[in-house]
Design a protein around this ligand. Structure first.
Ligand SMILES: *Cc1c(COP(=O)(O)O)cnc(C)c1O
Length: 387
């Protein structure tokens, strides 16, 4: 159920702030993505880092997605939520030995490896455990994702991936490592990508690198093109899910591959973002000379994206007159940091202490980034199917 369809009196009886998860929308989104991927024989591993709430994960697992993890605890969480080990990948630029050992012990599907040193460490730990590990090499595709610089990962000068100049050596090292098996290549250009041409450019690079390895006698079974598909933060109700058809279609058209080569994706945000809203109460209103403030009981401790990278989230008042003349508010949280601000000059109906405010499109990189800074309460949750 959409947050606006819920009986306001019911909402008003709940303690705030809380994350509201629209489980119907989540199911619809997952079905759309799964159908569009299945139609083309594509495999999708959901990126747990976007949201690892057990209720959300269990639905994603039940719909047939694999899991893409970036820590040992995420690998454990995926296993606890029912993902089969052979559908779990483990990525990340700084995997600790104990995390690698956990993944080896569970015999996960693949490690996405980001350096030659890491290859050697995984080989050594796999030998000690008496197992073989399947690995994919993460390659920096040098594609500009045209998003915020904090969430761009595919350019030359950032920390991710095996540097292009070391790939020749990486291929040689792999041949020497008895406990490693090369599965394929891994790419990820960034996040919140709404320009489909970025994915076209990625396909061109993937084709180039695949050919480069094959020309040197290295077989590539899996092409993992990462995630990054964006969602509409400005109009969540007009675009409740991303255009998965158009997204997968680009890869279907532009990726060169044989019938035996698998194409894997690691979508995070696009699968979960619109299903979550952060619901908060107005604690106080304040008016300066030129500005009006709404001070909420939710802050950057519940949703950090605006403070962390000036991210836009649609802010709405729940209930009230639909035709009320709007006022401009700076909507801020209670945390002792000036960056604790959800939006400046946000047009809203006149609001007062006790009114409920929804911060939309908070299902991805919301709950997972929450902290207890200022010794805040533990997070609360409301699920649409429990109401
Ligand atoms: C974060 C991440 C993803 C998921 O990104 P979204 O933008 O949420 O789709 C996928 N792959 C890797 C390697 C990542 O780091």
């Amino acid at each position: 159920m959409n947050i606006h369809q819920i009986d306001l009196n019911h909402l008003k009886g709940l303690e705030t702030p809380f994350y509201y998860y629209d489980m119907d929308l989540l199911a619809t989104t997952l079905n759309q993505a799964k159908q569009a991927a299945d139609k083309r024989g594509f495999h999708v591993h959901y990126a747990l880092k976007a949201n690892c709430n057990p209720r959300v994960l269990e639905m994603i697992q039940a719909k047939g997605f694999g899991a893409d993890c970036v820590s040992g605890n995420e690998v454990q969480q995926a296993i606890d939520c029912g993902f089969p080990a052979d559908q779990i990948t483990f990525a990340g630029v700084g995997k600790a030995d104990k995390e690698i050992n956990l993944a080896l012990q569970h015999q996960i599907f693949a490690f996405n490896v980001e350096s030659i040193q890491e290859l050697l460490v995984i080989n050594e730990l796999a030998a000690k455990a008496g197992v073989k590990a399947q690995v994919s090499l993460r390659i920096n595709p040098n594609v500009d994702a045209h998003t915020h610089h904090y969430i761009t990962t595919g350019l030359d000068e950032n920390k991710f991936g095996v540097p292009n100049s070391e790939l020749e050596k990486a291929a040689a090292v792999l041949r020497e490592c008895a406990n490693l098996e090369l599965l394929g290549l891994h790419f990820h250009v960034g996040s919140q990508i709404t320009d489909i041409n970025v994915f076209k450019s990625l396909c061109v690079k993937v084709n180039e690198w695949k050919n480069w390895f094959e020309e040197r006698g290295t077989a590539i079974k899996v092409l993992n093109v990462g995630g990054g598909l964006g969602v509409d933060y400005h109009q969540p109700d007009a675009h409740p899910y991303a255009d998965f058809e158009a997204y997968f279609d680009v890869f279907d058209k532009f990726l060169e591959r044989t019938a035996q080569q698998e194409v894997h994706f690691e979508l995070g945000r696009a699968l979960v973002a619109q299903a979550g809203s952060l619901v908060s109460r107005v604690l106080y209103t304040k008016s300066g000379v030129k500005k009006h403030f709404l001070i909420l009981d939710a802050g950057m401790t519940e949703l950090m994206r605006p403070a962390l990278y000036q991210a836009f989230h649609k802010i709405e008042k729940l209930g009230g007159q639909a035709d009320a003349e709007l006022m401009n508010y700076d909507v801020v949280g209670p945390i002792c940091e000036s960056s604790d601000c959800f939006g400046k000059e946000v047009p809203l109906p006149p609001s007062e202490r006790g009114d409920l405010i929804a911060i939309r499109t908070a299902g991805a990189y919301g709950e997972v980034m929450a902290s207890r800074y200022n010794l805040r309460d533990e997070m609360r949750f409301v699920y649409s199917d429990n109401m």
